[in-house]
Design a protein around this ligand. Structure first.
Ligand SMILES: C[S@@+](CC[C@H](N)C(=O)[O-])C[C@H]1O[C@@H](n2cnc3c(N)ncnc32)[C@H](O)[C@@H]1O
Length: 195
């Protein structure tokens, strides 16, 4: 499944101008201070490589050793590490930016606050966080049968509220409707850690 996903995902951003726009906005903001950016739940690494191409000093972390092997093979010039987003092997305040692109989607809803708390711990004050996720289109948090394992669609306001409780200030949000081969509306939250 990881190999199939890596093949499908590799050039997926080419057809997604709004996704590229929100990633470019994140990169513009993150570049204003020096420091590392982490893509947490990086999967096969194509987005980590895209962030590098946007001028960021970025590395990837994923729970799946198979995904990390695929990422290292595809992008040997980038750093990828096995690890969990809720227990990162990083000192406090180490990062200048975090991208979690469809990676908190598999976390049971009650666990999401602990992920956000870990993001807050490893980000420097003023650092930026970009969350990409499936939006629930007026429904409460809803589980669905994702190809790999159960995933959840979130009301954008609810996820923004949890991030706010974790100390993040909203910079902006982007919603886009599903494309031809997609099932759900997509949500994107760009946040900044309060100083
Ligand atoms: C849907 S994929 C998204 C991958 C990549 N960000 C992308 O946009 O293609 C979700 C990824 O999150 C990873 N993941 C799930 N829970 C994680 C955790 N607790 N820590 C790190 N990675 C995790 C999975 O292994 C998987 O590679």
């Amino acid at each position: 499944m990881a190999v199939l996903y890596a093949e499908l995902a590799r050039n997926s951003l080419d057809a997604l101008p709004l996704d590229r726009a929100v990633l470019a906005a994140f990169a513009d903001l993150a570049r204003t201070s020096a420091g590392h950016v982490a893509e947490l739940g990086c999967g096969p690494g194509y987005l980590t490589a895209h962030l590098r191409d946007l001028g960021l000093d970025v590395f990837g972390v994923d729970l799946s050793p198979v995904m990390i092997d695929l990422a290292r093979e595809a992008y040997p010039d980038l750093r990828f590490e096995v690890g969990s987003m809720d227990a990162l092997d990083l000192p406090d305040g180490k990062l200048n930016g975090i991208v979690s692109w469809y990676s908190v989607i598999h976390a049971p809803p009650q666990d999401v606050p602990s992920y956000l708390a870990e993001f807050r711990r490893v980000l420097a004050p003023g650092g930026h966080l970009l969350l990409g996720f499936f939006e629930s289109e007026g429904e409460p948090v809803t589980a669905f049968d994702h190809k790999v394992t159960t995933a959840y669609r979130w009301p954008i306001d609810e996820l923004a509220g949890l991030a706010g409780e974790a100390g993040f200030i909203e910079v902006g949000r982007m919603l886009r409707e599903p494309g031809e081969d997609e099932r759900f509306r997509r949500g994107h939250l760009l946040m900044r850690l309060g100083k």
